[in-house]
Structure formats: C-alpha cells, structure tokens
Design a protein around this ligand. Structure first.
Ligand code: URA
Length: 237
C-alpha cells in the first residue's frame, strides 16, 4: 500500500505537491469514489482516476537542458508561447524541476519522476543551486555579508550559502557575482539582490547538485545516466 499522492507523483503526471493539490481539489477518485483527504493509501489493484482519466504508469525519464533565454519554464502556456517542454523530444509527461525565469539561462532538469523532483527541490536536502548574476553597480563586502547572513524576501528569510564577487567591470559599472542557494523561491536570486539594492541584468544557472551544462549548447539537452539518477536519490535526507 502506498499513499495516493505518492502513486500519482510516481506516475509522472505531477509533482508530489501538485498531486496533493489535485486531491484536495476533489479531482481524484479511487475505484469511483472521490478522495479529497491526503494520506489515503492505495494498492496496485485500485483504479485511480484524475479528472476522469485513468492513471497509467509511464517509464521514468530524466533530462538535463541548457535553457535558452526567451523560453518559459512551464508545461503549457495559455498564450501559446513556446515552453521548455517543446524543446525535448518525448511523449511522456515530463515537467521542469523548479523554475527558471523567461530571461534566465542554464541548467534545468526535467522529469516525470515526482520523487526525484521533490528531492532536488526540497530545501532540507541542501542541494546547491549555483547562479552567475551580472548586476548593475559594484557590490561591496557589506552587501555580500548581508546576503550571506540572510535577507527578507516577501515572507521568508533566505541566504546565500556561498557568494563570491567574480569580476568587476568599472567601465560599464557592472559586476559578476556567483551565488549559491538551497531553496527555489520564485525570482529568488533577483529578489535577494534587490533586497540589497541591486538590479540583476543577466542570470545563468551554472549548477544544480552534480549537474552542469558542460558541452551542451543553448537549447541542447541530454538524458541523465542511471548513475546520475541514483546519485540524486542518495541526496534524500
Ligand atoms: N532566481 C531568479 O531570480 N530567477 C531565476 O530564474 C532563478 C532563480
């Protein structure tokens, strides 16, 4: 017996969190009965339907994409714009692990394995998300220290687990800063720099855990190896 939300996530149609939302919204039935409380256990013999569609298991797939600028990180877009999913040639229901902004480039993982996605996204697993930010103005040590100590963005305090000034361009009055975070809040890096008075002009994600783009060009992707998937599972606390 397994928890319903886990089984839905394992089928690849949604992350664990999204599966919980579907249950709470009353969109899930088990053997014809609506289940809208979390924690219900189901077996492989139970028939699960979501929005009236029988849940079938798909093979797990894992991709690493070098996300280009000007593409949205979503499975669909109401305005019909191209999404990161359109860049990957697959029939399975993969979705992005976390979100990169429209203008952010770099490492993006995609999968239909909800457990894998949860491990990477959950802050308690302390997985590095390393970004290189080009910012307007020249950051000072005090502001770097503030980001290390933690800044308030909306309702939570977030901090850089590592931060390093990489390059200063005095002619353009810009600098390059490498910042490592463990959470994945919306626009987190941009908001963190805003909190200390800087605007991010360009943002690239250089690394997530063990994953880097290496020789993937912008818009290119590759499948993860079984060993890489196993390493992600070993991150789980
Ligand atoms: N932080 C941001 O501000 N934007 C991203 O795309 C990722 C992290």
């Amino acid at each position: 017996m397994e928890r319903l939300q886990k089984v839905i996530a394992a089928s690849g149609i949604a992350s664990r969190r999204k599966a919980e939302d579907l249950i709470k919204q009353g969109k899930v039935t088990v053997n014809g009965n609506i289940i809208n409380t979390l924690g219900t256990k189901v077996s492989s013999k139970d028939i699960i339907e979501i929005n009236g569609k029988i849940l079938e298991k798909e093979p797990k797939e894992y991709y690493l994409l070098n996300k280009p600028r000007g593409i949205i990180t979503s499975t669909s877009d109401e305005k019909g714009r191209k999404t990161v999913i359109d860049l990957i040639d697959t029939k399975t229901h993969i979705y992005p692990v976390g979100r990169l902004d429209y203008d952010t480039t770099g490492v993006l993982l995609l999968t239909n394995d909800g457990e894998f996605a949860n491990i990477l996204m959950h802050p308690t697993n302390s997985i590095d998300k390393v970004y290189l930010a080009k910012i307007e103005g020249i950051i000072k040590k005090e502001q770097i220290d503030m980001l290390k100590k933690g800044v308030q963005i909306e309702n939570s305090k977030v901090k850089a687990s590592h931060i390093k000034l990489k390059k200063v361009n005095s002619t353009n009055n810009t600098c390059m800063v490498e910042i490592t975070i463990h959470e994945g809040k919306n626009h987190q890096v941009k908001k963190m720099f805003e909190a200390v008075g800087f605007h991010v002009e360009k943002l690239t994600r250089k690394r997530v855990g063990i994953f880097q783009v290496n020789d993937l060009k912008s818009g290119e992707y590759r499948k993860l190896t079984p060993k890489e998937v196993q390493i992600v599972y070993s991150y789980k606390k």
